[in-house]
Design a protein around this ligand. Structure first.
Ligand SMILES: Nc1nc2c(ncn2[C@@H]2O[C@H](COP(=O)(O)OP(=O)(O)OP(=O)(O)O)[C@@H](O)[C@H]2O)c(=O)[nH]1
Ligand SMILES: [Mg+2]
Length: 441
């Protein structure tokens, strides 16, 4: 365990009203003596002068001292709130280093909170997500995760898996004790319950991920179908060039738009066709690349063109068909079999399309997506998907009466579940997680 005392500027770079320096570690108290001339009363705001290692006053402000373990990191923590002068903060930081502290790495305060058992990994990540949240809904979801809502759900799953695994292992460890029949009859329903709970956690986690990252929606279709016109209409400004010539768009045009609190990352792409033009070919290659990476696709079809020109995009992601130019084809606006009909330049049918996109992403009820969502990251969602798959396999093996294999699948599910909260997590993964924090967190 690292026992250095670490320090960092916790407020953003640049001049500001306040600048906060955070210190954590066994020497925080000694550093308080050196800088302030005394130890502030624990957990009370104390007005004090901040001095450098030579005793020169640098600033005056509020000092707060939190003795461990009742602190954010679980260690002794000192917070110095001075004026937000980058020069003074830097000087103060250098004198803390001269007095024996070390500059903190990004995320190191939160990492220590995790290592000292103050928070689990999911909560640690929520700290970073809360700080970085781009909208109110994702901030609320991050706070819910930080408060432990996601962790409690995972802990509940963990407890149930422990009970279930004990049952299953007893069934084949003591086959003669006629335990197997009782165990068997309990295993099926217990497995179903856990699978349902995992499915619910996955749903809430996915919503949280969408809140945090936004859903990535790619706009694809034939050249000249009206893709760029649709992008511009959805984002409300002329983001992409529109022209009557097929092959206008080559670069990917990325825009973000918020539909009722749901963030969408939209990407407009080059029209899909074979071309002799090397630049257009590159555009098509990039379009196909995004198609592989996106969460959803809008397939734009020029409704004035015949059926024969409608080659669906090469993808398996959920796709909505958008028929455009209905001002000329005469198709009624709004929902139609398999998609939506719009006239993008006049915004006809756009409101229905927006609702359709929401429903595609959030399900037909299209609830307000933030309700109960946890901020989850791709890492959590992928782990939960793995758990769900392993549990489905366990159920299949259980129906075949292969209890050893049930036990094996349950073990896999359990290990992966533990990785989410950091119960069993490799140092390597921890390093990667904390590395994308900013310094001072
Ligand atoms: N009348 C009518 N014209 C439209 C509509 N949507 C697009 N257009 C026109 O169709 C032409 C092509 O539109 P774009 O948005 O550039 O088409 P695109 O699919 O992005 O084309 P590429 O980038 O070349 O693949 C332009 O002249 C648009 O003004 C529509 O709903 N109604
Ligand atoms: Mg275009």
């Amino acid at each position: 365990m690292d026992t250095d005392t670490i320090c960092a500027i916790a407020t953003p770079a640049g001049a500001g009203g306040l600048g906060v320096i955070r210190v954590s570690g066994p020497h925080a108290g000694a550093l308080a003596h050196a800088v302030l001339g005394r130890l502030p009363q624990p957990r009370f705001a104390t007005l004090a002068r901040f001095r450098d290692e030579a005793g020169q006053t640098l600033d005056e402000g509020i000092a707060l001292y939190f003795p461990g373990p009742a602190s954010f990191t679980g260690e002794d923590v000192l917070e110095l709130q001075g004026h937000g002068s980058p020069v003074v903060l830097d000087r103060l930081l250098r004198s803390l280093v001269a007095l024996g502290a070390r500059l903190a790495r990004p995320g190191e305060f939160t990492e220590r909170a995790f290592l000292n058992g103050k928070i689990d990994l999911v909560q640690a990540e929520a700290v970073a997500d809360l700080v970085a949240s781009a909208n109110e809904a994702s901030a609320r979801a991050a706070f819910r995760t930080l408060q432990g809502a996601f962790s409690e759900t995972l802990e509940g799953l963990h407890q149930r898996l422990v009970v279930l695994r004990t049952h299953v292992e007893a069934a084949f460890d003591f086959p003669d004790e006629s335990l197997d029949t009782t165990a068997d009859s309990a295993v099926g329903p217990a497995l179903q319950t856990i699978r349902a709970l995992v499915a619910e956690a996955l749903r809430r986690g996915r919503e949280g991920r969408l809140l945090r990252e936004g859903a990535h929606v790619v706009i694809v279709g034939a050249p000249n179908a009206g893709k760029s016109t649709l992008l511009n209409a959805l984002v409300g400004h002329e983001a992409a060039i529109v022209s009557p010539y097929p092959g206008t768009t080559r670069d990917l045009v990325r825009e973000t738009v918020v539909l009722d609190g749901l963030a969408l990352r939209l990407t407009d792409t080059a029209g899909l066709r074979d071309s002799d033009d090397p630049i257009e070919r590159e555009g098509v290659r990039r379009a196909e690349g995004v198609l592989a990476d996106a969460d959803y696709a809008l397939w734009v079809v020029d409704d004035t063109e015949g059926e024969s020109s409608r080659v669906p995009p090469p993808t398996t992601i959920p796709t909505l068909t958008v028929y455009t130019k209905i001002d000329r084809s005469g198709r009624p606006a709004g929902a139609c079999p398999g998609g939506f009909a719009v006239s993008a330049p006049t915004a006809v049918g756009l409101a229905e399309l927006r609702r359709g996109i929401r429903a595609l992403i959030l399900g037909p009820e299209s609830r307000s997506c933030e309700e109960g969502a946890f901020t989850a990251r791709r890492r959590h969602v992928e782990a939960l998907q793995y758990v769900a798959t392993a549990l489905a396999a366990a159920e299949a093996r259980q129906q075949e009466g292969q209890m050893e294999l049930v036990a094996e699948e349950l073990r896999r599910a359990h290990d992966r579940l533990g990785e989410i909260t950091g119960r069993f997590t490799s140092d390597d993964l921890l390093g990667r997680i904390f590395a994308d924090f900013c310094i001072g967190k």
